[in-house]
Write a protein that binds this ligand. Sequence first.
Ligand SMILES: [Cu+2]
Length: 197
Amino acid sequence: MTPVQGVDQAFWYILGISIFLLFGITAVMVYFVVKYRRSKHPVASDIRDNYLLEIIWTIIPTLIALSMFYIGWSSYLGLREVPEDAMEIDVEAQMFSWLFYYDNDKETENELVVPLGKAIKLNITSVDVVHSFFLPAYRIKVDAVKGLSTYAWFYADELGEYDIQCTEYCGTDHSAMIGKLRIVPEEEFEVWVEEEE
Ligand SMILES: [Cu+2]
């Protein structure tokens, strides 16, 4: 499973449980309100010290919460465990653009180009204030902090163009701090990375 699938699975799982509980609890509540209305049941029954009931309503929600934690934690590990053969690219955030540095010292601004079919590791830092590297197509959102190296990775599995945004308010032109990721065929990448700007 790719990290994208892991994150999506956690999202749909938690959303599904939330929707189920929302409608389930609402339905039971409406049913009880009608069934135990005062005109029919003027005296409330006392259900204290019902151990079976208390055990059930403690254990079931605990298991549900733990399962949500488990699926969320697994998807988080998927985002953090970088494959060993990943290609590394350094990323520098600055007010207000993204700089990318390749192995051969090629440098680009707001344009990240990578070859199809490769795992890509981004080593992220900032030269000034706190920014945040956001690549929604690959479910990546990682802070860029001066003096600190953070990272993210994704598996470039589909040709195309994807948005990169800064998602930490970093100043007046924060909203203009946008870039593009381009995933291109390997041969095209080899030519591109050797090109002089
Ligand atoms: Cu920024």
